[in-house]
Design a binder for this molecule. Sequence first.
Ligand SMILES: Cc1cc2nc3c(=O)[nH]c(=O)nc-3n(C[C@H](O)[C@H](O)[C@H](O)COP(=O)(O)O)c2cc1C
Length: 186
Amino acid sequence: MKKVLIAYGSRFGSTEEISEKISDLLKNENISSDLINLKEISSEQFPDLNNFDGVLIGSGIKIGAWTKEAKNYLKDNITKLKDKNLILGVFVSCGLASDSDKNEQAKNDYITKILNEMEIDADINDAFGALYDLSKKSKIGFVGKKIIQTMNKEDSRIKKGERNDLRDWNQIKDFTLKFADLINNK
Ligand SMILES: Cc1cc2nc3c(=O)[nH]c(=O)nc-3n(C[C@H](O)[C@H](O)[C@H](O)COP(=O)(O)O)c2cc1C
């Protein structure tokens, strides 16, 4: 069975949920995956990438930036990530990509730029929309909730006090199936 690593950084839980969904979908394609929340492990505990057919790296975006753990993961593994034998997929969850016509801009601003800076070539990448959890159980603090409401005043999809999921789960599934094809045809 082919095996991949899914390593993610998530501040409010969106990228974590996407990573878990991708891991589930990969099982149907006969690909097993190890999931790691980069905030919970130190660099000495990173699994050896030589043991995997591919790696998926995901991050949420806050004020234009990846989580520091996910960005550091790219930096710390730069040599291995440039290895053509390892299939590399990169994704983000961000407000910008919640509108499908802004998807290209989101990919450019939040993925292409950072990969170019590090001279890393991903085999596949995509930007997914946001989870704007404005409910009581949310991991987003008071100020964060205010920022979301102010910045998205015109967006009728976003309701105060609710868990607003603007991610396109079909887009996430398509991305996963393309990644699985790359792994299975390696
Ligand atoms: C304080 C704050 C700042 C944000 N800044 C941006 C931003 O600069 N660009 C963007 O596209 N989305 C932005 N977002 C939306 C997040 O990217 C979105 O909620 C995403 O789903 C978060 O992923 P995570 O929960 O995995 O961290 C912001 C959200 C919050 C709460």
